[in-house]
Design a binder for this molecule. Structure first.
Ligand SMILES: [Cu+2]
Length: 162
């Protein structure tokens, strides 16, 4: 994960208030994530790569395929998923705070949806080299998600918003 922050925090928050109101709710085409970010937004980018990101254990259970597997994110940050792998993945929210033992997704996961972590989301099928539309970390708590294609591998991870 990498963080970026504005140099002028005060000016940036004023811009944030102005640009949030006119940000379209519709999902961006793959690779168009940057266009939807408010100016000066704090961004946490989660790497999506089943080939290179090591599996491990998180408070929600066995995880893998994303980096970091348990990402601590400040409320107000925008989270986006970047597929650095050579084949498609999704980052799709799962209800609850522990990875379910049964497969949790429907084909709806293949389309991009959601604009906040608390409202549920899917990156949609992320092609190699593309980045998802940004999601606002709006409410503190643990959010778990996984990949439509590789959930059982396991390919799943969590976001801890504080
Ligand atoms: Cu996958």
């Amino acid at each position: 994960m990498k963080f970026s922050s504005p140099s002028g925090a005060l000016a940036a928050s004023a811009l944030l208030a102005l640009t949030t109101a006119c940000t379209p709710g519709a999902s961006a085409p793959s690779g168009g994530a940057a266009a939807l970010l408010p100016a000066g937004a704090m961004v946490a980018t989660i790497d999506v790569n089943l080939t290179l990101d090591p599996s491990g254990s998180t408070p929600a259970g066995p995880a893998g395929g994303y980096r970091p597997l348990a990402a601590g994110v400040a409320r107000g940050t925008y989270v986006q998923f970047q597929n650095s792998d050579g084949f498609p993945h999704t980052a799709t929210s799962i209800a609850g705070t522990a990875y379910p033992t049964t497969y949790p997704f429907s084909s709806a996961a293949l389309g991009a949806s959601g604009s906040t972590l608390s409202g549920g989301f899917s990156s949609g099928s992320l092609a190699p080299g593309t980045t998802s539309a940004p999601l606002l970390a709006d409410v503190a708590g643990r959010y778990i998600y996984g990949c439509f294609y590789h959930y059982g591998t396991p390919m799943r991870a969590e976001l801890d918003v504080r």
